[in-house]
Design a binder for this molecule. Structure first.
Ligand SMILES: C[S@@+](CC[C@H](N)C(=O)[O-])C[C@H]1O[C@@H](n2cnc3c(N)ncnc32)[C@H](O)[C@@H]1O
Length: 350
């Protein structure tokens, strides 16, 4: 979100914001500038755990999914996924009081111009402002029927699994995860975790190994984890809405599998995967093993070598490389590989 856009909009139109009542804010990031809004009236909605916790630490009332109706206004911060953005607009339109303003703020690169055209076809716009490679515009909400067909619809990426728009690889099983699953031995056993478990396909593959006695699915995206809960009904599974880089299982693990996130905004950022590697090493028992898939261009070897005494690269393909890492290092070396928990940047939308 752009500070100047929201601030300027409300400065130019001081009557735009109703004098009382709550303001639903959908999609704020850890560092979003919400200073144009009265903090005590903000009801932030953020399902990505690091962002959620950072907003809570800033003093905002924040929930992972929208709550309440009859809000005095709503602000949608447009995400990159068009379907997810439409669902947020439908949610905002349905949850404000009749006639209350709904503002949509976004960058051109996230599709704000298309969103403006799409909303204009259904509602009269108000308070539009273009600035800093983006726009903010508003319309009068409170009419749920007008955007009912924009509500999020479940997807079926593969038989037996459902996902929602906006979660990682919502429309198909990720090819990296497929490669990793095919490399996992059939006699995998013991206590396991899947870090960044998404909607649960890789986790289900792990649980297909009968020697696995428990599996912690650790996922920061609340919506993805909700899909995983629905998809993975095996009683050995436990679900954790958590930042994997700070997650502590209640016991040492025998196995960690992961297809870690690697994006910070739009740029590839290997420090995310490095933080996951350090976290895996800290969770594993001395004889525990990490199984990992990574995009071929990302340099994870130094982080693996810092966190594990034995690292074997397994046969991969042109796009992905596979690693089996064992004998986690304790102490200084492992600590050196650890990057502080990602706050507000650990997005995985490829
Ligand atoms: C490359 S995807 C893999 C998802 C899933 N394992 C699969 O194969 O489909 C990485 C996942 O990590 C999640 N993620 C990103 N940052 C995270 C964090 N700090 N802690 C836990 N999960 C995170 C993303 O939401 C995404 O679901």
């Amino acid at each position: 979100m752009n500070h100047a856009r929201l601030t300027t909009l409300l400065e130019d139109g001081p009557d735009l914001l109703p004098a009382s009542g709550t303001v639903l804010v959908l999609g704020p990031r850890a560092d979003s500038d919400l200073s144009a809004l009265p903090a005590g009236r903000v009801r932030a909605v953020q399902g990505f755990r690091p962002d959620h916790d950072a907003l809570a630490a800033r003093g905002f009332a924040v929930t992972p999914a929208p709550e309440g109706r009859g809000h005095a206004a709503a602000l949608v911060i447009l995400p990159r996924s068009r379907a997810e953005g439409r669902a947020m607009v439908a949610e905002a339109a349905a949850r404000v009081a009749p006639g209350a303003p709904v503002w949509i703020d976004g960058q051109k690169t996230d599709g704000i111009d298309t969103m403006l055209r799409d909303v204009r076809a259904r509602a009269e716009l108000s308070g539009a402002l273009a600035r800093a490679h983006g726009r903010i515009f508003g319309f009068a909400g409170g009419d749920a029927a007008r955007f009912a067909d924009w509500q999020a619809q479940p997807l079926t990426p593969v038989a037996g699994f459902r996902t929602m728009p906006g979660v990682f690889s919502a429309e198909a099983v990720d090819r990296g995860s497929q490669l990793l699953a095919a490399a996992l031995p059939s006699d995998l056993r013991g206590r396991a975790a899947d870090l960044g478990a998404g909607w649960g396909w890789l986790a289900a593959e792990v649980l297909a190994r009968p020697g696995v006695t428990s599996l912690d699915l650790v996922e920061a995206d609340h919506a993805a984890l909700a899909c995983a809960r629905a998809n993975v009904t095996d009683p050995r599974a436990a679900f954790h809405w958590a930042d994997a880089t700070g997650f502590r299982p209640g016991h040492d693990l025998d196995v960690v599998v992961m297809n870690p996130p690697f994006h910070q905004g739009r740029a590839a950022d290997p420090s995310l995967g490095a933080a996951f590697i350090g976290a895996a090493a800290r969770m594993l028992a001395p004889q525990g093993v990490l199984w990992m898939v990574a995009n071929r261009h990302l340099p994870y070897e130094p982080a693996l070598a810092a966190a594990f005494r034995e690292v074997v690269e397994l046969p991969g393909n042109g796009a992905f490389k596979l690693f089996r890492a064992s004998h986690p290092r304790r102490g200084a070396a492992a600590a050196a590989s650890a990057v502080p928990p990602q706050r507000g940047v650990a997005r995985c939308r490829r």
